[in-house]
Design a protein around this ligand. Structure first.
Ligand code: GYE
Length: 332
């Protein structure tokens, strides 16, 4: 299913229960991959995580591990350390072990067809969590649970448009992109570009990947600062890169949040602290607490119950005052 199709289906299916796919996953509550899961009994999930690149990812991993315990799901967790090959090997090994369901957060969008077909041919259902894939193969995953990344980028861009509505311009923006080829990097770039396209004084003068890490964000921002005497705003596609950029800005003797504004995505604790402290200007949330919903979907899929093909997690946005108000109760 092509990404475009996934998106269209997603819009149509949000909040609606619909039968998904016609793959060989059994509908009688047992699983042909392992043969050892009974109706209502414990299920085994193989989960391949991207890595531990960000605060978001750490919170996401904890959520999945905790939710598995609570839901009595036997979780085989594998950390790919940011490498697609490691994810492919992990998924292959889950297929060989005959787990009841495989879930994974794909590091990049392309290159999954072969391994997804292997899972399908073994009768093991797959759930995409957090990030989507590009594939032309039909019925190779049951559902995709995660945020709407285009919308996140748009909300970030909408704030920038409003912030500079009355400014004379030009406004020089630098962008710190997420991991090259990853779903959130592609989609957030698109959403942001679309949102600011209507205002010709908003110029993205440089855009480069910081790989969703704090050190990556810092390094790229240092280079941006050296090459560009006037930077008005940083759009960082996650909090960690924004925190790295903040350090680089301070090291260059400038005030983050004032001399150079910072807009980020995620709303992790450290990001929200920087926002409440006035060093960031705006954050679009991306909720990492996908565990409980994932376990729920997994049980349904293994039982052969219908699930929607796309489950979009809700997000909100925060300015400095809002961040200060909610910070004490933030769960991640
Ligand atoms: O925004 C970033 C993480 O896929 C939504 O990956 C996730 C992104 C998140 O590394 O911090």
């Amino acid at each position: 299913m092509k990404r475009v199709l996934t998106a269209v289906l997603g819009i149509a299916a949000v909040g609606v229960l619909a039968a998904c796919g016609s793959g060989p996953a059994p509908t009688d509550g047992t699983n042909s991959g392992s043969g050892d899961s009974a109706v209502g009994g414990q299920i085994t999930m193989g989960f391949s995580q991207v890595g531990a690149e960000s605060g978001w990812r750490t919170a996401n991993t904890a959520s999945i591990q905790d939710a598995a315990k609570t839901a009595d799901v036997d979780l085989k967790f594998s950390d790919a350390n940011g490498e697609q090959e490691n994810q492919i090997s992990a998924i292959r090994s889950f297929v060989q072990q005959g787990v009841d369901v495989i879930a994974f957060s794909p590091v990049v969008r392309t290159g999954w067809d072969a391994v997804l077909l292997e899972a399908k041919n073994a009768g093991i259902p797959v759930i995409l969590t957090d990030r989507a894939v590009d594939t032309d193969e039909p019925d190779v995953f049951k559902t995709f649970l995660g945020a709407d990344f285009v919308r996140e980028g748009q909300w970030a861009g909408d704030w920038v448009v409003k912030e500079y509505a009355a400014a004379p311009g030009p406004v020089n923006i630098v962008q710190l992109e997420g991991t090259t080829g990853s779903d959130p990097a592609l989609e957030r770039s698109k959403g942001f570009a679309d949102a600011i396209a209507g205002d010709p004084k908003l110029n993205v003068i440089a855009s480069q990947t910081g790989d969703f890490t704090r050190s990556g964000g810092k390094q790229v921002m240092e280079a941006f600062l050296k090459a560009n005497p006037k930077i008005d705003l940083v759009f960082a596609q996650n909090d960690d890169m924004a925190l790295g950029a903040m350090e680089a800005i301070e090291a260059a003797g400038k005030k983050p949040g004032q001399d150079i504004k910072i807009v980020a995505i995620d709303a992790t604790h450290d990001g929200m602290q920087a926002l409440a402290d006035g060093k960031f200007n705006f954050i679009v949330e991306c909720n990492p607490l996908l565990g409980p919903e994932l376990m729920d979907l997994a049980k349904k899929v293994v039982a052969g119950d219908p699930v929607p093909p796309r489950v979009v997690t809700p997000d909100e946005t925060f300015d400095q005052q809002q961040a200060a108000a909610v910070l004490p109760d933030r769960k991640y």
